[in-house]
Design a protein around this ligand. Structure first.
Ligand SMILES: *Cc1c(COP(=O)(O)O)cnc(C)c1O
Length: 239
């Protein structure tokens, strides 16, 4: 019999628990987000039945397609993919948080849309901590000034920073791209900017979640270890 989604989830929680113990952190400080790109709604429902409460999608189209089967379930949805400005209105129908805020124009357009409806949204600022040209995200040295320029947009609640770490067979090559995010967070906190307090770190995926937790992650985003291999991982890189 194939290993069920429920068992995969248990294994991932065990990995999270072990990683927290190893680095002396509380498991309550690390949340699991299920990265559900290409995953069918009925599989997502199995994960929810197993107790999961947070999913992340990369494409507005997938949010739309799966919505009828997920609506009224007790879950929170985040957007974790590259967001085009022409999809803003639609994405806001489905998600409470956008983890991939990576440019001023996007922030301004989100704010305009939210002003109209009198709503707000949580955001994480995506940072390209590995400096790979193929990845989205602000370069680390631009994050502080970016925060200064968006903090007056009060429909955006700045919750934290997000990165996709460098993937490599060598753990020690992966670590710096995770550590930088935590250093940026400390620098921002040092500035004591009003409304920008207690930032969280969204980092760590199937391959590097232990390392990410050791480097201070508060939110690990896991797909493959729970739902199996996708056809491709291209959706996290630039087209
Ligand atoms: C797909 C994806 C993940 C999960 O990656 P896995 O290696 O499948 O665990 C995490 N974050 C983002 C932004 C993704 O697109």
């Amino acid at each position: 019999m194939p290993v069920s989604i429920r068992e995969h989830i248990q294994t991932v929680h065990q990995r999270i628990t072990n990683a927290c113990q190893q680095s002396g952190r509380s498991v309550r400080d690390v949340r699991l987000l299920l990265a559900t790109k290409t995953v069918a709604a009925d599989q997502i429902r199995q994960a929810i039945a197993a107790g999961e409460t947070l999913i992340g999608e990369n494409k507005v189209q997938e949010l739309r397609d799966k919505d009828p089967e997920l609506t009224r379930l007790p879950i929170e949805r985040h957007f974790i993919g590259h967001l085009q400005t022409n999809k803003i209105k639609e994405v806001l129908k489905y998600v409470s948080c956008i983890q991939s805020l990576d440019r001023l124009e996007l922030a301004q357009r989100l704010d305009q849309q939210l002003q109209k409806s009198g709503k707000s949204v949580e955001v994480y600022i995506q940072v390209n901590t590995s400096y790979e040209a193929s990845k989205y995200g602000l370069p680390p040295e631009k994050v502080l000034s970016f925060i200064q320029s968006i903090r007056t947009l009060d429909t955006l609640r700045i919750k934290g920073l997000m990165t996709i770490g460098l993937l490599d067979v060598d753990k020690e090559k992966m670590r710096p791209s995770l550590r930088i995010l935590s250093q940026i967070k400390d620098q921002i906190h040092d500035q004591a900017i009003e409304g920008v307090e207690n930032l969280k770190l969204s980092m760590g995926m199937s391959q590097d979640l232990e390392l990410a937790i050791a480097e201070g992650s508060n939110l690990v985003r896991v797909g493959t270890s729970i739902f199996g291999n996708r056809f491709s991982g291209r959706e996290i890189w630039k087209e």
